[in-house]
Every structure is written in C-alpha cells, then in structure tokens.
Design a protein around this ligand. Sequence first.
Ligand code: ADP
Ligand code: GLC
Length: 523
Amino acid sequence: MSAAPDSVGVVALREPKSLRLPPRDERGRFMRRQSAAVLPQPGHHSIPVLFVVSEMADFLKAGGLGDVAAALPRALRPACDVRVLIPGYPEVLQRIRAMNIVGRVDAHAGLPECRIGLTHQADGLPVYVLLCPELFERSGSPYVDGSGAEWDDNAIRFATFAHAAARIGAGGCGLKWRPALLHLNDWPSAMAAAYVRWTGGDTPSVLTIHNLAYQGVFPRSVAKAIGVPKAHLEDMEFHGRLSFLKAGIINATRINTVSVSYAAQIVGPEEGCGLHELLARRAAQGHLSGIVNGIDDSWDPATDRSLPARFSPADCRDRHLNARAVRTAFGLPDNGGPLFAVVSRLVHQKGLDITCEVAPQIVAAGGQVVIIGGGEPQGEAQVAALVRRFPGAVGAFIGFEEGLARRMFAGADFLLMPSRFEPCGLSQMYAQRFGCLPVAHATGGLIDTVDDGVTGFLFEGASADGLRRCLQRAIRTFRSPLLLGAMRRAAMLRPGGWTPAGQQYHALYRQAAGIAATRGLTA
Ligand code: ADP
Ligand code: GLC
C-alpha cells in the first residue's frame, strides 16, 4: 500500500487509534461521540448545488453510491440549496409522488432532446428527473440489462445525462433555478465537467470518485455522437478508447474520493487503474482530497423495525435473538460458535474467492457463514458450491434484500470483508453500528473506519493467509465474552454520521466555487 504523498491535499477524518472506550453518561451508559461543530444554518453561505447521480436509494440502488446519494444531499441541506438530478428510470417514475415538467435540454450532437421534471421528496428535497424514455425507461439496473450485460448504448445514455447537468449549470434549460456548482459522482456524470469546459462555460464542479475501477470506457467511434470536440479527444483518450471518468478528472474543478486512504492509494500505480499519473498531477495542484462517507440515522439497532429484536450499545442482551433469526432464515442449526456474515456485491473487488478459501478453517473452528450477495455469475457459482460443501455450516441467499442484510448485521458476530480494494465501504460501518465486528483487509476506507483490535480486525495483504491469521484473532476474541462485548460496544458507538463529511463537502464546495476562473487541470 502506498503511503500518502505530501502532495495529496487530503482532508483528514481519521480517528486517533486508541483502545479507549467512549465516555459514559451519568448512568454509566456509553455515549456516542458527537462532532462538536455543526453545519452552518440556512442562508449562511448557502450555495446552490446540483448533485448529479445515477442511482439514489430513495428509488433504486446498485451499491453504496445509492446510499450516499440519499444521505449526503440531505446532510448538506442546512448549508446549501442542494437539488438532485437523476435519470428518469421506471423505478424513479413509479416512486415519485408528483412531478411538474419544468425544463428542456436541447439535442446535442447525437444526444437526444430531454425534458426535465421536478419532484420533491417527502422531506422536501428537490429532485430533478431527466426524462428521456428511449434511454432510461427500461427494466434492468441503471447500468446493465436483466442478463447482467452492459446496455450497449450506455455511452449515449450517460453522455446525455452529463450533458444535461452541464446545461443546467449554464442556466440553459428554462429552469427558474441555477446551480453555482455541479457535484458529479462517478463516471456516469463525470463528463458534465468536460461539457462545461468544451462549451466555454465556467460552472465549477466537484467530482467524487466512488470507485476508480469503473471508468465508463467506450470505443472511439462514439466520439462524434457524444459531441467530443476534436481538439479535446485527448481529454478522454484511454488506451485507444474513450474514458468518461478521465474527462471528468481532467476538467473538474476539484476531485475527491470517499476516504482519505483511498485518495492516497489512487495516485500510485497499484490502485490508480491507469489514471494514477493524471491523479497525481491533480493532487500536486492540491485538487484531490479524501472525505470518508458517513452512514445515515436509519442504521440504528434501537429503532430498526426490520429486526426481530432491537438493542443498543448499553443493552445488547437481546441481540442473540437476531442471531437465532438469521440462522433460522439460512437453515443453520445453533451450534454456539461464531457467526460470520458476508453482505456484498459478488465481484472480484470484494474478495469472495478469499472468503471461500478460508471457509473450511472457519467451519473446522466451529464457525458458520451466512452470505447475501449477487453479481458476477462466477461469484454466485462459488457461493452455491460452498453451501453444497458445508451443509449446516454455510447458508446463502443470492439476491439483494436490505431487510435481510440488516438482520445479518444485527445477528452475526463478524462481517467478512477481504476486499482487494475498497474506496470507502459502507457495509463495515453498518455492521459496526449493529455490533457486528468487521474482519477486513487493510485497504482504502477500511483503514479509515476500522480501528484494528478496537472496532474490528484488519489484516495486511488481500490473501487467504492474511485473512486466516486475522480470523484466529477474531475467534479468540469470540471466546472471551468480556473482550467481545467491549469491542462490540466500541464499534456500535463509533461516530459515523454524515455531519463531519457534510462539513468537509461544504468546505470543498466553497473552495471550488471560489476558484471558477482557474478550474480544471492546467497544462
Ligand atoms: P459497494 O458500493 O462497493 O457495493 P458499499 O459497502 O459501499 O460497497 O455499499 C454496499 C451497499 O449495498 C451497502 O448498503 C450494503 O449493505 C448493500 N448490499 C450489498 N450487497 C447486498 C445484498 N446482496 N443485499 C442487500 N444489501 C446489499
Ligand atoms: C463504491 C465503492 C464503495 C463506496 C461506495 C460509496 O461503490 O466501491 O467502497 O463505499 O462507492 O461511496
């Protein structure tokens, strides 16, 4: 793992490593540490921001990005006039309460004309919906069809989306509102920063990289249809193809990733996915930072209605009822051993193969494993094979089910997260909040959020050997109820709300908005 070079302008949000438990209140109950500062009040430096995102848990989510999109704009509302822009997928159109057509985006190059709808969520959050039935109204996920294959017009779909964001930034769509800043998320909206510059605009932008491994890379033949000026083809050039994310990285005013450690890692060749030199240049200009994600208030085991038994850091006595319910749901007997959970997309990044390699040791030590996940067919087949090999010790559910995931966090003793890389990771934070200790590879956001030996366990090197050694520590802890209880409480009380991240994004917005004239990468 590369150390943070001095040039990375990272915004640190690391907690001091310590074995100190959180303070207790006058009745001896543990108190969650609160952030002292709060976001500014409405009207104070209120920046109009368009939060541009291709998934949002209010409507649909394919991963953690959807969770962030639902939480971060809301965390920022006290300080900014944040409005979301999302494509008009069927799930969005079905779930909105009412919508007015408020604007139009003209066709551009081979990108079709779109209409813009405005809806308000129950809490008042304004959401602009980009309406283009031919591009967005189809069943499947935002990015792939029912068989898991990428939509073959993804370049047009997300260039249209990004272009619309840039036009809204320019005040050109007939809306009665104009953002002072575009907050772009990942490759599907990254090109908005490029469209702004290519059309001589000056709307500042912040590009958040949630996962550098997904870059939106398309054949050069799409260049004309998506309207890349010849002089700017280099902005997107990536091994003979065109990278949407690269266009964003070059042209955004500021770039951040979702943890401090991942920001430091992506400027090196190991984690830089071929863009490390460019990222290192942006870092050298002080334009790259890391802001650790938070988790929202719905993750509270004391109030979560999807749990058979609710509990709190002060009183975990009923937590074992959730473990019982999980074992029953997965058809496993209660053998009194440790219960390990995997809640993950089944993709190479998440290291499922590493988990499969160590599963025999877990079972031999009296442990059980419950897995919920979906993704690559190969991963799903590996899971099925594991269940067949260890009946009564390994149970799995292939699919995406948030209620079950919540019960697993609330019932399991440990969460296995041997991710090869992890920009931030939310699952480990949800697990901690629910008293389930992460056993995780020391990479990216896992370094920033898991305090080894205090709120979980970390191991170096994404390998079965590393995980095996770490598991021995976890199992020893399981056998010491006092230590397990102390770590569980420390994990549950780990501060992890959105306020600190909201403050840092607010500061980043102000920085970006104040420097519009020198936006982007200068040669
Ligand atoms: P990533 O975005 O890379 O998938 P994160 O940890 O940031 O990783 O976020 C994953 C999100 O998806 C979390 O909310 C996690 O609980 C949830 N999740 C992942 N797989 C499943 C599943 N099979 N069923 C339900 N929730 C899942
Ligand atoms: C990506 C990353 C994950 C991160 C999430 C939200 O999907 O893989 O680590 O937590 O985005 O930022």
